[in-house]
Design a protein around this ligand. Structure first.
Ligand code: CP
Ligand code: NVA
Length: 308
């Protein structure tokens, strides 16, 4: 069975920890392993815009000795004339892995089902699991062991980042709090999956509507854009609905002294977070962005080894 990485809980707690360990090693010695030397090609497909994901996969694949092939669906057959599974059948004869940023999770599942090479979710409407590997790595570097730490994610809890924090945080044995208004809560299925994982890892999952209650005493405060890609038409409503969840200095003051602030970027300063917080001393966003490179390289090395 080919191993894919479509959602955060595709990795067991031990596998997640192994990949984070490897990411730290690769961060110390960037060219230590070159499993893609040849070079083998990795296809990196984008249905949506990207800066960090595009750059970190391109650079990471090159670091591993491989050759990245960046494809925009706007000028490919995928999504127009051709299905995900037919595309997968074509690509698998020529590439070592497929990385795809898309809308629906179902497309990724179809792609993975149709192919023998690993498929990696580079962000869907439901999950952003590569970002979470980078985020967990960053928390580990700044705050030590992940298990037992408490996170609060504020704002659009139904977006890919909120849902991935539930699954990946629970897998790491963390206490994950999501604060969001009605209509912006994670799906019941994801909450149930994360709760089941947390029961095994010693973590926990809690949903709040009051952001002040959610941030009380936490180690890390996290937010994300209120207008995810694909939601642009709802912008005015979303800005109104989510205003109470803005992370500002008063909000950070309720967290643990020395708590950190994180954001996957891109950020809308003045909306989900104020400039003094995201650009202030508690913010670790630049390490978080850099860690996309190291975490994804480790993921690729691990998936290639487990599909050899
Ligand atoms: N955080 C993140 O995935 O950024 P990009 O949209 O720039 O890839
Ligand atoms: N939730 C955001 C994340 C961007 C990296 C979006 O989907 O647009």
């Amino acid at each position: 069975m080919t191993r894919h990485f479509l959602r955060d809980d595709d990795l067991s707690p031990a596998e997640q920890a192994e990949i984070l360990d490897l990411a730290l090693e690769l961060k110390r010695d960037r060219f230590a392993v070159r499993p893609l030397a040849g070079p083998q090609t990795v296809a990196v497909i984008f249905d949506k815009s990207s800066t960090r994901t595009r750059v970190s996969f391109a650079v990471g694949i090159a670091d591993l000795g491989g050759s990245p092939l960046i494809i925009s669906t706007a000028n490919s057959q995928l999504g127009g004339k051709e299905t995900a599974s037919d595309t997968a059948r074509v690509l698998e004869r020529q590439v070592a892995a497929i990385v795809w940023r898309t809308y629906g999770q179902a497309g990724l599942e179809e792609m993975a089902h149709g192919t023998t090479v690993p498929v990696i979710n580079a962000l869907s409407d439901d999950f952003h699991p590569c970002q979470l590997l980078a985020d967990l790595l960053t928390i580990r570097e700044h705050r030590g062991d992940l298990a037992g730490q408490t996170l609060a994610f504020l704002g659009d809890g139904a977006c890919n980042m909120g849902q991935s924090y539930l699954l990946a945080g629970a897998t790491a044995g963390m206490h994950v709090r999501i604060a969001s208004p009605a209509g912006y809560t994670p799906t019941d299925a994801v909450v149930a999956d994360a709760t089941a994982i947390a029961l095994r890892t010693g973590g926990s999952v809690a949903l709040f509507t009051d952001p002040l209650e959610a941030v009380a005493g936490v180690d890390v405060v996290i937010t994300d854009t209120w207008v995810s890609m694909g939601k642009e038409e709802e912008k005015a409503t979303r800005l109104g609905d989510l205003g109470r969840y803005r992370v500002d200095a008063d909000m950070m003051a309720l967290a643990k002294p020395g708590a950190h602030f994180m954001h996957c970027l891109p950020a809308d300063r003045g909306y989900e977070v104020t400039a003094d917080v995201i650009d202030g001393p508690q913010s670790i966003i630049w390490d978080e962005a850099e860690n996309r490179l190291h975490a994804q390289k480790a993921l690729l090395v691990w998936l290639l080894a487990h599909n050899a």
